[in-house]
Design a protein around this ligand. Sequence first.
Ligand code: ADP
Length: 255
Amino acid sequence: MNIQRNIAALDAAKESVVAASNAKDHFLATLSHELRTPLTPVLTTIETLELDGNLTKSQQSAVGIIRRNIELEARLIDDLLDFTRVTRGKVHLIQRHTEINALIANVLEICRKEIVSKRIDVRLDLIAGEIYTYADPARLQQVFWNIILNGVKFSPTGSVMTISTRSPRPDNLLVEFADNGIGIEPDHLETIFQPFEQGDSIITQQFGGLGLGLAISKMLVDLHGGTLIASSQGRDSGSVFQVSLNRIPAPSRSS
Ligand code: ADP
């Protein structure tokens, strides 16, 4: 009798935990949507203002400060929105044959401003030719973008980042991002993939961010049937992020 009562109590507790978690997800999704919506017209207006040739130097600089900060805020809220979408199962991959070398080149182009402003020397060590995986290119691009921007953010000016690809087996593809930055303590190597976790908070708090980029990236790589892992020899020893994906043959030219 007691056992049955305990099982019923456990079931009730589980139900209320699930309900609370759903309510939290719903709250986060609604909140981030409501916070994000007003930023779009603000950004459009700022872009128009920046094109106004009549602004004085100090007005231009003020508009620049407003734009950079609104963009930063928009990026944080976009992460929150994305995180709630993935956890609620609302992300549906649109997968197709995706060529990895072209994808990496594309992401580097998108991150060019940040790479140049920190004078990061990006070295490529890629498998020659075309290598394919079956993926949603926009989502995989988002993963690489996150890892590269973190590498830039957590590395000193003028340091080296190496991006390499390997194919240990014909059906496997590894994409590796190695930086010479602040590194990751062994205790944090797993937790950095959890939402809102920021490794050594004293060090990383000064860099800003919500601690969602890697959680989102890992969930996206998981959705692709791949893995995302981090390794580091510890503080100031740099970090390596490795994405493992299925490698597939190139599409036939007739298809
Ligand atoms: P955020 O960058 O917003 O803090 P992420 O989820 O992208 O969130 O990263 C989580 C944490 O992982 C970071 O706060 C940092 O502690 C650690 N981290 C991520 N990338 C690197 C890197 N390349 N070098 C050192 N630490 C990193």
